[in-house]
Structures are given as structure tokens and as C-alpha cells.
Design a protein around this ligand. Structure first.
Ligand SMILES: NC(=O)c1ccc[n+]([C@@H]2O[C@H](COP(=O)([O-])OP(=O)(O)OC[C@H]3O[C@@H](n4cnc5c(N)ncnc54)[C@H](OP(=O)(O)O)[C@@H]3O)[C@@H](O)[C@H]2O)c1
Length: 203
């Protein structure tokens, strides 16, 4: 998250490495360079509003969203998992969204790509369950970052989301709902009419 990671880059021992999750060569190079990795954070993501579910650009926008938000996670995980599996303790954090459980037609390509990434996260966690690698899915609503500039809604602070995520990681959890709205939304999933059919009040 751009605003929150500014300080990160100044931490002693942190070496920034440029990577494009849509470009396998940069991923391979990063994995070769960062062979001491014990924590992989799949944070890169893009979003775009569309005119509607039948708009002309929905296929192109979906392809673009999936390339970064889904295949990006798959590519980077594939490259780093062999590194992580050699470590006595390793973890993967996948940055997801409350959108996987919300009907938001203007964000349909983004929502679909994040739902795919959520599914992949769950398959990966189960696949790695006997290796001791922790897989943490982060779900959150609007966060005050560059992605949401110009959207006038209440937003969680990046610092709070990051703090809750690392607390959940330290506690050995598999998922974190990093704002109150997402906690409420997830609590509706077992209801007759869950939030992905009728969003709870406040959404
Ligand atoms: N902000 C929200 O309300 C919100 C809510 C739920 C989930 N999320 C998720 O949180 C994550 C971070 O988003 P953000 O809000 O911090 O957005 P942001 O401020 O726009 O930052 C997005 C980050 O992703 C990087 N990125 C985009 N495409 C990339 C690619 N192909 N390869 C490598 N890096 C790429 C960007 O790098 P460059 O700057 O170099 O382009 C930037 O660092 C995303 O996965 C997003 O879906 C955000």
C-alpha cells in the first residue's frame, strides 16, 4: 500500500527490488535475488470502474484485472514458494478485498479478479497445510491509498490495516478482516440472505 510502505523502504535491512507481476522475467530475477525471503506479501493490485456489466470494455478490463490481481499472485507465489518451503517458518499474505462478498457492478472485473485470488488463497493454504507455511488472506473495504484518491467515502487507515495484518500473522491466523464493515459483511455469509445478495446497512 503506497502510503504505508513509504517508511518500510527506509527500514534497515530492507532492499527494494522492482518487480512487475505481469512480467515473469522480473519475477524470476527477484526470486533469484531474494533467496532469503521468509514472508511474501502479494499486495500489487489495480482497479477500474466500468460503465456497467454489459459495457463494451468489460472483457478487456477483466483481462487486465486478472493479469495483475489473479495471475500476478499465481506467478509470484509459484516463483517464491520453493524459496519459502526451505525455511523453518515462512508465510504468504495475500491482499484481497471485501469486494469478494459485495455486489458492485461498476467494479465487476476487479471483484471477479479478487474473488479468483481469494479462491487461489484458500487452495494454496490447504495445499501447504503440512509444510507449516502460513497463508493469510487480508480482506478490507476502502483504505486511504492512491487507489481510492478522489472517492469520497469513509476509509480505513493503511497503518491500521497493516498493524492488524501483522497482528493476525503473529497470532497464526488464516484470515484477517481489517475493518469493521468487512467484519459485519463476513458475518452475514451464513445468513439466508448473505451480504453478496443484499449488502448489510452501511454498504
Ligand atoms: N485501497 C483500497 O480501498 C483497497 C481495498 C481493498 C483491497 N485493496 C488492495 O490493496 C492492494 C494495494 O492497493 P492500494 O490501495 O495500496 O493501491 P495503490 O495505492 O494503487 O497501490 C497499488 C500498488 O500495486 C502496485 N502494482 C500495480 N500493478 C502492478 C504490477 N503489474 N506489478 C507490480 N506492482 C504493481 C503499484 O506499484 P506502482 O506504484 O509501481 O505502480 C502500487 O505499489 C491491492 O491489491 C488492492 O486491490 C485496496
Amino acid at each position: 500500500m503506497t502510503k504505508a510502505d513509504t517508511g518500510f523502504k527506509n527500514e534497515p535491512g530492507i532492499v527494494p527490488v522492482k518487480i512487475a507481476v505481469t512480467d515473469p522475467a522480473t519475477i524470476t530475477a527477484a526470486a533469484g535475488f531474494a533467496a532469503d525471503t521468509t514472508l511474501l506479501v502479494n499486495n500489487a493490485g489495480i482497479a477500474a470502474l466500468i460503465d456497467g456489466l454489459l459495457s463494451a470494455d468489460i472483457a478487456a478490463q477483466s483481462a487486465r484485472m486478472f493479469d495483475t490481481n489473479y495471475y500476478g499472485v499465481v506467478r509470484v507465489t509459484q516463483a517464491f514458494e520453493p524459496i519459502l518451503s526451505k525455511k523453518p517458518s515462512a508465510a504468504i499474505i495475500n491482499v484481497l478485498s471485501d469486494i469478494v462478498w459485495l455486489p458492485r457492478p461498476i467494479l465487476a472485473p476487479y471483484a471477479a479478479s479478487k474473488a479468483a485470488a481469494w479462491s487461489y488463497t484458500n487452495q494454496l493454504r490447504f495445499h501447504l497445510r503440512n509444510r507449516g507455511d502460513q497463508v493469510l488472506g487480508l480482506h478490507v473495504g476502502f483504505v486511504d491509498t492512491d487507489l481510492t484518491n478522489g472517492i469520497d467515502v469513509p476509509k480505513a487507515s493503511p497503518e491500521d490495516v497493516v498493524r492488524q495484518t501483522y497482528d493476525a500473522l503473529a497470532a497464526g491466523k488464516s484470515e484477517v478482516m481489517a475493518d469493521k464493515g468487512t467484519v459485519v459483511l463476513k458475518s452475514t455469509l451464513a445468513a439466508d440472505e448473505p451480504g453478496y445478495i443484499t449488502p448489510p446497512s452501511g454498504f
